[in-house]
Design a protein around this ligand. Structure first.
Ligand code: DLL
Length: 442
């Protein structure tokens, strides 16, 4: 911890500004330890290593990592609930699970030391995003098995901020608490931040009269345009942070105030990008699937976990002085990527277009269907009332112009349907943007 301008911050320059050579030595030492640990304690890894013909003693350089097999969500499901744990249950002091909507959730266990590390890493990225001990942090993630709320809660407390464990839902009450308790930092999904902005406007509140200064958003993909919208409407600085429950939860990576990618906690994780089809490791800066190896986790260490998230990693030193590599905002998950008439489309690309068009509201839904063996994509977007009730001709022109922009961006045509304000369902947690009806008969 360090003190600057009289404020308590959790900045760890020894690790956050570490020289890359030194970092790589630390990573190798920790990698060798974790690989030995899983080989000794986790039957799933014993089998995987045997099948791949590798042994922990053969990891002599960081480049040997690529010889190790991947771990997937399926491995976790097959070992549900506790068989991937590397410690006896008596050492596990917390259990969380993933928020997946299909199949069994994945279960993760934390030892006391894992909770310490998690808290430190969240405190680190919250500090980088401008949070300090005088902040009042309003946490609107749902408390429960989801890692978002507890992760940011303990991180903010470590910084010394005053935490309001508001949890999700009850938007009217959220507004009252934000106003009366003078919250200065907002923590939730970016889509919920916009829902809060909408409700404030409907209630005749001016967000700029609140005390909010910063927003820390994560848990779902969001575009740069959405950041601009949130910052303007709430009058705050908005940063992105990334994580996944299997790997730890929030705290894997987070943006500093330069907002040019999320610093990855590389002293605790090795991040690779791979070609999702071949599994080949890509050079830094190439777009690919993020694969993470946990270096210090005790409860459930993971080797080369395939996140399915698509991003790029940059190693150039950031203006903030942190040397830890930065991952770009993820475009979305490879399994959320839509293939429309053979063209790959990410919901965030559509979001980028919609946010640029004046009159479109930041609420949209994508309906994918297949008729006569042809894919169709309909983009339903809320528009300002004046457009919704506009003359037919003007409305048609508006629709055509949005369709034109989408076709240029996506390389495939999409039908645009304008819908009334507030008609698309709002979500308190992660937004559900896509309804894919193509597999309805399966
Ligand atoms: O969403 C952990 C988290 C909580 C991160 C709060 C940040 C803030 P899961 O529920 O397991 O964990 O979902 C993980 O969410 O693989 C990504 O697809 C997506 N995701 C998380 N953060 C971001 C982000 C938490 N900043 C999955 N941008 C991940 C885009 C994100 N997608």
């Amino acid at each position: 911890m360090n003190f600057s301008e009289g404020r308590l911050r959790v900045f760890d320059p020894r690790h956050e500004c570490i020289d890359r050579g030194q970092l790589e030595r630390l990573q190798l030492e920790r990698l060798q330890q974790v690989v030995h640990r899983v080989q000794k304690n986790v039957p799933c890894y014993q089998n995987k290593f045997r099948e791949a013909g590798v042994d922990a003693r053969e990891i002599r350089n960081l480049s040997d990592l690529s010889r190790l097999p991947f771990t997937t969500k399926d491995d976790l499901r097959q070992n549900y609930p506790y068989d991937m744990f590397a410690v006896p249950m008596k050492e596990v002091v917390r259990i969380h699970s993933s928020s997946g909507t299909t199949g069994k959730p994945t279960v993760v266990g934390y030892t006391r030391s894992d909770l310490h590390t998690w808290t430190d890493l969240v405190a680190r990225f919250m500090t980088a995003a401008g949070v300090h001990d005088e902040d009042i942090v309003h946490i609107a993630f749902g408390y429960g098995l989801f890692t978002g709320a507890f992760g940011l809660h303990y991180g903010a407390e470590r910084i010394g901020a005053s935490v309001i464990p508001m949890s999700g839902g009850n938007t009217e009450k959220q507004l009252m608490i934000l106003q009366d308790y003078k919250s200065t930092a907002l923590v939730c999904t970016p889509s919920y931040a916009l829902t809060l902005a909408d409700r404030m406007e409907q209630a005749g509140m001016n967000p700029r009269d609140l005390s909010l200064e910063v927003g820390l958003f994560g848990a779902e993909p969001w575009s740069e345009q959405m950041r601009v919208e949130i910052e303007e409407r709430l009058g705050i600085v908005a940063t992105d942070n990334y994580g996944l429950s299997e790997v730890m939860g929030p705290g894997v990576a987070g943006e500093c105030l330069y907002k040019c990618g999320m610093h990855i906690a590389e002293d605790h994780f090795i991040a690779e990008t791979i070609d999702p089809d071949t599994g080949d490791v890509l050079p830094p800066g190439s777009k690919g699937e993020l694969v993470i190896t946990t270096l210090t986790k005790e409860g459930i260490p993971l080797i080369r976990y395939r996140t399915r998230d698509i991003t790029r990693i940059h190693q150039e030193i950031c203006e903030c002085g942190r040397t830890l590599a930065r991952m770009e905002k993820t475009m979305g998950r490879s399994d959320d990527m839509l293939i429309i008439k053979g063209v790959n489309v990410f919901p965030t690309q559509i979001e980028e277009v919609l946010f640029k068009v004046e009159g479109c509201q930041p609420h949209y839904q994508l309906i994918v269907d297949r008729e006569d063996n042809r894919d169709s994509l309909e983009v339903q977007v809320e528009v300002q009332e004046c457009i919704f009730f506009d003359e037919m001709r003007q409305q048609r022109e508006f629709v055509q112009s949005v369709e034109g922009e989408l076709a240029t961006m996506l390389g495939v045509s999409a039908k645009v349907k304008l819908v009334e304000p507030n008609s698309i369902p709002r979500h308190e947690g992660k937004a559900q943007r896509v309804i894919d009806r193509r597999n309805k008969d399966l």
